[in-house]
Design a protein around this ligand. Structure first.
Ligand SMILES: Nc1nc2c(c(=O)[nH]1)N[C@H]1C(S)=C(S)[C@@H](COP(=O)(O)O)O[C@H]1N2
Ligand SMILES: [Mo]
Length: 501
């Protein structure tokens, strides 16, 4: 990297810090950097997003921010290298950067004038700092002394810009309005009392095998998947759900309306379509909410409609077959999760839960809009990115323990199996190429949750491969054929390699 390029990077860092600070001082809801990162996420095709998510998991959000910041800094380096030889080009480059940032800010649901001002301030600081760093020092008579002087002056200048950048960057983080709003919301949520109590775990559902995922997932351990870099912060007293489209009566529902209807509880195992064979993007808990069917019936679904297009406060969309919402299953607008108001990351104040469908086609968090429509007329977020329009959960099973080495003798092999809204009737395990052996199933309160299973293995010394497969209540047995998670969920047996000592 040439020194001009480095100066460009430094000036861009200063510009980013100034822009973030401006956004923080103006109380902008989503800073330019966050807006660019969210736009980058939205523009990433599914075929690119999927492998990244499968490798980095939920670290995808901080990683996206780092990638965006580094990319902007590198572009700034290019602009810096143009400053001396092609001044107009450098200024045009800065203008393009500001224009892209402004476009990102304005196309987000939280676009605001404050966000645009923050972008412009960033552009001005970029050009100002570049000009400052390239100012010619006045030449003294002595060439060497002059050069030493200008080098010293340069080091001071660079140091000053770096310190100012660090101070502005830190201040913008400390002042960012989202931290204050998050604290306020956490307080409000903690004070909320839902008309529900925390249900005990049904007897016999958890077989308490050490090392196995508990049948009931705590809110803290519940998997989290969404496109929101920082979760929408919604005051429940301001939350509304608008119901429109192919309905006889448009409706607007408030949080209080939902509470007044009374909440019912349902044990449901949520699962992500991106869950690989053997993966842990699946969790089980009890949700409390209002049947989605009740609201759809009140609005009056018109004939010909077959899809509910739901939208979250931050603009994510989801297409759910109306059939799955009206066939009597516990499809609900949930307010509670494991006896408490939904955690912010899991959709506070209101989310959808639909047993039997992968989250991407059913489980809209922070939901604020329902449009009754047709699969022929609308396409939701992940379908636009290559995933299937419909996403029933595939019957599947997983080995939780053992996962690596065991001592010879009797070993408890245990795991979970799931076929939400169909039910699991049989789980079988095999060692190497041996015969399939029937495992023992724990009891569950409903077909909508996963089932724990166990099998006692008389393990002999050596290296062995354990595999599992499940059969559901429709009579279907899992296929051994491996399918990728795209476009509608992985298939294949989960296997683990165990060495017996
Ligand atoms: N608003 C919003 N809702 C969303 C998503 C999202 O990106 N945004 N992701 C969906 C996906 S893909 C899944 S698997 C589930 C995950 O819910 P959880 O994070 O509570 O486990 O939420 C669904 N609801
Ligand atoms: Mo998902």
């Amino acid at each position: 990297m040439t020194s001009h390029r480095l100066l460009g990077v430094l000036a861009t860092a200063a510009a980013l810090a100034a822009s973030q600070l401006t956004a923080a001082v103006l109380g902008v809801r989503e800073s330019p950097v966050l807006a660019i990162a969210q736009t980058a996420i939205a523009l990433t095709p599914g075929a690119v997003a999927e492998p990244i998510i499968s490798v980095v998991g939920t670290a995808d959000k901080p990683i996206t921010i780092v990638v965006v910041v580094v990319a902007v800094l590198l572009l700034g380096g290019v602009i810096g290298s143009w400053w001396r030889p092609h001044r107009t080009r450098a200024v045009a480059g800065a203008a393009v950067l500001v224009a892209l940032a402004t476009a990102a800010v304005l196309t987000r649901p939280y676009g605001s004038i404050g966000g645009v001002v923050a972008c412009l301030v960033g552009g001005l600081v970029l050009l100002g700092v570049l000009a400052l760093l390239h100012r010619e020092p006045s030449r003294s008579g002595d060439e060497d002394a002059g050069q030493a002087f200008s080098r010293r002056r340069m080091i001071k200048l660079v140091g000053a810009v770096a310190v100012a950048t660090a101070v502005a960057g830190t201040a913008s983080e400390l002042l960012a309005s989202r931290h204050r709003r998050r604290r306020d919301l956490d307080r409000m949520r903690a004070a909320l009392r839902l008309p529900t109590r925390r249900l005990p775990t049904p007897r016999g559902a958890d077989q308490n095998v050490t090392g196995q995922a508990p049948w009931r997932t705590s809110n803290r351990a519940f998997y989290r998947i969404d496109t929101a870099i920082s979760p929408p912060l919604i005051d429940p007293t301001e939350w509304t759900l608008r119901i429109h489209g192919m309905v006889d009566r448009e409706m607007t529902v408030t949080y209080e309306n939902l509470i007044d209807r009374g909440l019912r509880d349902a044990w449901v195992t949520l699962c992500c379509v991106s869950n690989p064979v053997g993966g842990d993007l699946i969790s089980n808990t009890v949700f409390s909410g209002v049947p989605m069917k009740d609201l759809l019936d009140e609005a009056g679904v018109q004939s010909g409609a077959d899809m509910l297009l739901s939208t979250s406060e931050d603009g994510w969309t989801c297409g759910t077959p109306l059939a799955a919402l009206t066939d009597g299953r516990d499809a609900m607008l949930a307010l509670g999760m494991d006896g408490v108001p939904l955690p912010v990351e899991h959709g506070f104040p209101v989310r959808q839960v639909v047993p039997g469908l992968y989250g991407y086609v059913s489980a809209t968090k922070w939901v604020t809009d329902w449009e009754v429509t047709r699969f022929d007329d609308a396409e939701a977020y992940w379908t636009q990115r290559g995933w299937s329009a419909e996403g029933p959960i595939k019957t599947h099973s997983r080995i939780d323990v053992p996962r690596t080495t065991v001592d010879a003798g009797v070993v408890t092999v245990a795991g979970v199996a799931w076929a939400q809204h169909t039910g699991i009737t049989k789980v079988e395990v095999r060692v190497d190429d041996g015969a399939w052996q029937k495992a023992e199933l724990a009891s569950v309160p409903t077909d909508d949750t996963w089932v724990q299973w166990r099998w006692e293995w008389d393990a002999h010394r050596g290296d062995h491969r354990l595999q599992v497969r499940a059969t559901d209540a429709s009579g279907y047995t899992q296929t051994s054929e491996r399918a990728d998670v795209v476009p509608d969920g992985a298939t294949g047996y989960h296997g683990v390699d165990i060495s017996v000592a």
